[in-house]
Design a protein. Sequence first.
Length: 207
Amino acid sequence: MTEALAIPLLSLQREHGLLTIDEYADVSSRNSPDMLFHIMGFAAPMGPFDQRRAEHLKGDFGSSLSQIAEAIGLPCDEVDAVGELSASRQDIEIAAGRVPGGTVGAMRTTITCRHQGRDILRFRANWYVTPDIEDDWDLRESGWRVTTEGDTPVKVDIYFPVSPQDYAAYTPGLTAHRPINAIPAVCAAEPGIRTTVDLPQIVPLFS
């Protein structure tokens, strides 16, 4: 999302304002108590967001955003990451267990790239176990929303046409399949580090 889809959407405009990628992940159907409660921190008492989590995502998504910024002629001078927590309004039962009202029901991390002090690219991870939270984050079902602001703005909503119970088996392909389909292009490329900007368009070969 942070690089492959951004390029064709940005190619539709000649004046760029801001590109925002919102990722929505409803993890209430994941029966992974250790991951959700102990690692991610859902159902924990409300408190300050652990900035180390934001910095970790900044390392992952900031590099992709910076790659695009460089390619479109607006290199990032600064990348920052801000995390937020919101409490569940009521007690709920999810696949992994109980989330008491007033504890962490959603978390949002925003990674922003700036060029000469202006926000130009943004990735926002909205992860939650319930949309019934105390803050108005406009949570929607799992997927992505990509919005461009410029002389020809567009908004693209992407949803997952599978049941939430199938997400655990389905979503790894969203991460893995594009790199697998890119293998022929990577093998044909000159030695060195290559990015989406350097490689030809990735076209899958089905048999």
